[in-house]
Design a protein around this ligand. Sequence first.
Ligand code: HEC
Length: 150
Amino acid sequence: MKFRTLALAAVVFAITVPTGSGAQEATGIVAYRETAMKALGAHSGALKSILTDQTQLMDQVGIHARAIADIAAAIPAMFPEDSLDPPTEALPSIWEDPDGFQAAADRLAKLAGDLDAAAGSGDAQASLAAFAAMGKDGCGGCHADYRKKN
Ligand code: HEC
Protein backbone atom coordinates (compact mmCIF):
# COMPACT_ATOMS: atom_id res chain seq x y z
CA MET A 1 0.00 0.00 0.00
CA LYS A 2 2.67 2.40 1.05
CA PHE A 3 4.67 1.65 -2.11
CA ARG A 4 1.62 2.29 -4.30
CA THR A 5 1.04 5.67 -2.71
CA LEU A 6 4.66 6.63 -3.24
CA ALA A 7 4.59 5.45 -6.84
CA LEU A 8 1.44 7.45 -7.47
CA ALA A 9 2.97 10.51 -5.88
CA ALA A 10 6.00 10.13 -8.14
CA VAL A 11 3.78 9.97 -11.24
CA VAL A 12 1.79 13.05 -10.20
CA PHE A 13 5.03 14.89 -9.47
CA ALA A 14 6.44 13.96 -12.88
CA ILE A 15 3.32 15.28 -14.60
CA THR A 16 2.94 18.55 -12.72
CA VAL A 17 6.54 19.60 -12.16
CA PRO A 18 8.50 20.21 -15.35
CA THR A 19 12.01 18.82 -15.25
CA GLY A 20 15.19 20.29 -16.66
CA SER A 21 15.45 24.07 -16.74
CA GLY A 22 12.09 24.41 -15.06
CA ALA A 23 10.91 26.65 -17.87
CA GLN A 24 7.34 25.86 -18.77
CA GLU A 25 6.51 25.16 -22.41
CA ALA A 26 3.59 27.02 -23.89
CA THR A 27 0.89 24.83 -25.43
CA GLY A 28 -2.15 25.24 -27.66
CA ILE A 29 -3.14 28.71 -28.84
CA VAL A 30 -0.49 30.35 -26.63
CA ALA A 31 2.24 28.27 -28.31
CA TYR A 32 0.84 29.16 -31.74
CA ARG A 33 0.68 32.90 -31.17
CA GLU A 34 4.12 33.01 -29.53
CA THR A 35 5.49 31.29 -32.63
CA ALA A 36 3.63 33.77 -34.86
CA MET A 37 5.09 36.64 -32.81
CA LYS A 38 8.57 35.15 -33.24
CA ALA A 39 7.88 35.11 -36.99
CA LEU A 40 7.14 38.85 -36.76
CA GLY A 41 10.46 39.21 -34.96
CA ALA A 42 12.26 37.23 -37.68
CA HIS A 43 10.73 39.35 -40.47
CA SER A 44 11.75 42.49 -38.55
CA GLY A 45 15.28 41.12 -38.23
CA ALA A 46 15.42 40.43 -41.97
CA LEU A 47 14.23 43.99 -42.66
CA LYS A 48 16.86 45.47 -40.37
CA SER A 49 19.52 43.42 -42.13
CA ILE A 50 18.45 44.64 -45.57
CA LEU A 51 17.94 48.28 -44.59
CA THR A 52 21.17 48.68 -42.66
CA ASP A 53 23.54 46.29 -44.43
CA GLN A 54 22.26 44.39 -47.45
CA THR A 55 20.89 47.45 -49.21
CA GLN A 56 21.43 45.90 -52.65
CA LEU A 57 18.44 43.70 -51.74
CA MET A 58 16.05 46.61 -51.16
CA ASP A 59 13.59 44.94 -53.52
CA GLN A 60 13.10 42.23 -50.86
CA VAL A 61 11.81 44.67 -48.23
CA GLY A 62 8.27 44.33 -49.54
CA ILE A 63 8.27 40.56 -48.98
CA HIS A 64 8.83 41.01 -45.26
CA ALA A 65 6.69 44.13 -44.88
CA ARG A 66 3.70 42.41 -46.52
CA ALA A 67 4.21 39.27 -44.41
CA ILE A 68 4.12 41.46 -41.29
CA ALA A 69 0.96 43.21 -42.52
CA ASP A 70 -0.71 39.83 -43.18
CA ILE A 71 0.22 38.46 -39.76
CA ALA A 72 -0.86 41.72 -38.09
CA ALA A 73 -4.35 41.33 -39.54
CA ALA A 74 -4.52 37.86 -38.00
CA ILE A 75 -3.39 38.87 -34.49
CA PRO A 76 -6.82 39.50 -32.87
CA ALA A 77 -8.01 35.97 -33.75
CA MET A 78 -4.93 34.55 -32.00
CA PHE A 79 -6.25 35.87 -28.68
CA PRO A 80 -9.56 34.15 -27.94
CA GLU A 81 -11.24 35.40 -24.76
CA ASP A 82 -9.26 34.64 -21.60
CA SER A 83 -6.61 32.47 -23.28
CA LEU A 84 -4.23 32.99 -20.40
CA ASP A 85 -2.66 29.56 -19.89
CA PRO A 86 0.84 29.98 -18.44
CA PRO A 87 3.49 30.88 -19.43
CA THR A 88 1.63 33.53 -21.47
CA GLU A 89 2.71 37.17 -21.41
CA ALA A 90 -0.72 38.32 -22.57
CA LEU A 91 -2.47 40.80 -20.27
CA PRO A 92 -6.21 40.71 -19.42
CA SER A 93 -6.39 44.24 -20.89
CA ILE A 94 -6.65 42.52 -24.31
CA TRP A 95 -10.21 41.44 -23.48
CA GLU A 96 -11.08 44.45 -21.33
CA ASP A 97 -10.30 46.71 -24.28
CA PRO A 98 -10.88 44.65 -27.44
CA ASP A 99 -11.31 47.76 -29.62
CA GLY A 100 -7.96 49.12 -28.50
CA PHE A 101 -6.29 45.77 -29.15
CA GLN A 102 -7.86 45.58 -32.63
CA ALA A 103 -6.71 49.16 -33.31
CA ALA A 104 -3.14 48.24 -32.27
CA ALA A 105 -3.16 45.31 -34.73
CA ASP A 106 -4.58 47.57 -37.47
CA ARG A 107 -1.89 50.13 -36.71
CA LEU A 108 0.89 47.58 -37.27
CA ALA A 109 -0.73 46.50 -40.56
CA LYS A 110 -0.88 50.13 -41.69
CA LEU A 111 2.73 50.91 -40.70
CA ALA A 112 3.95 47.75 -42.47
CA GLY A 113 2.01 48.94 -45.53
CA ASP A 114 3.73 52.33 -45.28
CA LEU A 115 7.09 50.54 -45.23
CA ASP A 116 6.13 48.49 -48.28
CA ALA A 117 5.19 51.70 -50.10
CA ALA A 118 8.39 53.50 -49.09
CA ALA A 119 10.50 50.59 -50.28
CA GLY A 120 8.50 50.45 -53.51
CA SER A 121 9.46 54.07 -54.19
CA GLY A 122 13.12 53.06 -53.79
CA ASP A 123 13.79 55.66 -51.08
CA ALA A 124 16.24 54.02 -48.64
CA GLN A 125 16.07 56.83 -46.05
CA ALA A 126 12.27 56.86 -46.04
CA SER A 127 12.26 53.06 -45.79
CA LEU A 128 14.53 53.12 -42.76
CA ALA A 129 12.33 55.76 -41.10
CA ALA A 130 9.20 53.72 -41.88
CA PHE A 131 10.87 50.61 -40.43
CA ALA A 132 11.76 52.44 -37.21
CA ALA A 133 8.20 53.78 -36.88
CA MET A 134 6.79 50.31 -37.45
CA GLY A 135 8.90 48.82 -34.67
CA LYS A 136 8.28 51.62 -32.20
CA ASP A 137 4.58 52.33 -32.74
CA GLY A 138 3.47 49.10 -34.39
CA CYS A 139 5.14 46.46 -32.23
CA GLY A 140 6.03 48.56 -29.20
CA GLY A 141 2.69 50.35 -29.12
CA CYS A 142 0.77 47.13 -28.63
CA HIS A 143 3.29 45.53 -26.27
CA ALA A 144 3.21 48.57 -23.98
CA ASP A 145 -0.49 48.11 -23.25
CA TYR A 146 -1.21 44.43 -23.77
CA ARG A 147 1.91 42.40 -22.96
CA LYS A 148 3.53 41.77 -19.58
CA LYS A 149 6.86 43.46 -19.05
CA ASN A 150 9.70 41.17 -18.05
C1 HEC B 1 -1.89 43.96 -31.41
C2 HEC B 1 -0.86 43.63 -30.43
C3 HEC B 1 0.53 43.22 -30.83
C4 HEC B 1 1.28 43.66 -31.91
C5 HEC B 1 0.89 44.69 -32.97
C6 HEC B 1 2.54 42.97 -31.83
N1 HEC B 1 2.57 42.14 -30.74
FE1 HEC B 1 4.10 40.93 -30.20
N2 HEC B 1 3.01 40.26 -28.61
C7 HEC B 1 1.75 40.70 -28.27
C8 HEC B 1 1.30 39.97 -27.10
C9 HEC B 1 -0.03 40.19 -26.36
C10 HEC B 1 2.32 39.09 -26.74
C11 HEC B 1 2.32 38.04 -25.61
C12 HEC B 1 1.69 36.76 -26.17
C13 HEC B 1 1.66 35.60 -25.19
O1 HEC B 1 2.68 35.39 -24.47
O2 HEC B 1 0.63 34.91 -25.11
C14 HEC B 1 3.40 39.29 -27.73
C15 HEC B 1 4.60 38.61 -27.73
C16 HEC B 1 5.65 38.85 -28.61
C17 HEC B 1 6.92 38.15 -28.58
C18 HEC B 1 7.32 37.06 -27.59
C19 HEC B 1 6.94 35.71 -28.14
C20 HEC B 1 7.33 34.58 -27.18
O3 HEC B 1 8.16 33.76 -27.58
O4 HEC B 1 6.83 34.56 -26.05
C21 HEC B 1 7.67 38.66 -29.60
C22 HEC B 1 9.09 38.24 -30.00
C23 HEC B 1 6.87 39.66 -30.28
N3 HEC B 1 5.64 39.75 -29.65
C24 HEC B 1 7.30 40.38 -31.37
C25 HEC B 1 6.52 41.31 -32.05
C26 HEC B 1 6.99 42.09 -33.18
C27 HEC B 1 8.40 42.04 -33.77
C28 HEC B 1 5.95 42.88 -33.55
C29 HEC B 1 5.89 43.88 -34.67
C30 HEC B 1 6.39 43.52 -35.97
C31 HEC B 1 4.82 42.57 -32.66
N4 HEC B 1 5.21 41.63 -31.76
C32 HEC B 1 3.57 43.16 -32.74
C33 HEC B 1 1.00 41.64 -28.93
C34 HEC B 1 1.37 42.29 -30.10
